[in-house]
Design a protein around this ligand. Structure first.
Ligand code: GSH
Length: 210
């Protein structure tokens, strides 16, 4: 399987899940601005919205949307136990994936990261963030992970929390969230995926400035 990704973007969550699962995978960087791949081909042929993650699986099928891609990886490698197989725990996983994807990723962080978003939009995002982080803080005061065991939802939330750094959100205001983020950063799969993509991200930034 091949993950189309951009360094430190939401696709990092899928790389983490693949590493946690010990899954054989290759990785293709996408230029999100030009919507092209390094060989000059159009990413839009693969993913019409031009968004990562896009996971190309062995029969040529492309899976997009983080919540679907992450659950696909978890289900394809059930021994990794990255998703409860069924029942209320599976529903809870989907609840968290929905919360992270809509309330945090798209609802708040994409506007905060958008270079064209007005100050008013960014203020609105920050105001909205308070109630969402309060909910997370309360949950993580009670338990170490989103579910009882590590899951793809933790990989996704970790990835989004990385963006607090670049959006100037001081995580120390939410100590249980900050501690959770630090704990996950110590897990080998999280550490390896983040170190690799951080290096790629920095190289891209250096290229932009040259
Ligand atoms: N709904 C998609 C959104 C993915 C998304 O927003 N990806 C961003 C990177 S974090 C992207 O590719 N942005 C480029 C664009 O929207 O043109 C998902 O949940 O996977």
């Amino acid at each position: 399987m091949n993950l189309h990704f951009a360094p430190m973007a939401c696709s990092l969550a899928t790389r983490i899940a693949l590493y946690e699962a010990g899954a054989p995978a290759s990785f293709t960087p996408v230029n999100l601005k030009s919507k092209s791949l390094a060989d000059g081909s159009s990413f839009l042929d693969l993913a019409p919205l031009g968004q990562v993650p896009a996971l190309l699986i062995d029969d040529g099928t492309v899976i997009t949307e983080s919540t679907a891609v992450l659950q696909y990886v978890a289900d394809r490698f059930p021994e990794s136990k990255l998703a409860p197989p069924s029942g209320l725990q599976r529903t809870r996983l989907q609840q968290w994936l929905g919360f992270i994807g809509t309330e945090l990723h798209k609802g708040i962080f994409i506007p905060l990261l958008d270079l064209h978003a007005s100050d008013e939009v960014k203020r609105w995002g920050r105001d909205k963030l308070a109630s969402r982080f309060a909910l997370l803080q309360a949950h993580l005061e009670r338990q170490d992970l989103l579910l009882d065991e590590i899951s793809v939802a933790d990989a996704y939330l970790f990835t989004i929390l990385n963006w607090t750094r670049v959006t100037g959100i001081d995580l120390s205001r939410w100590p249980a969230i900050a501690a959770y983020h630090q704990r996950l950063a110590q897990r080998p799969a999280f550490r390896k995926a983040t170190a690799e993509e951080w290096a790629l991200y920095q190289a891209e930034e250096a290229n932009k400035n040259n």
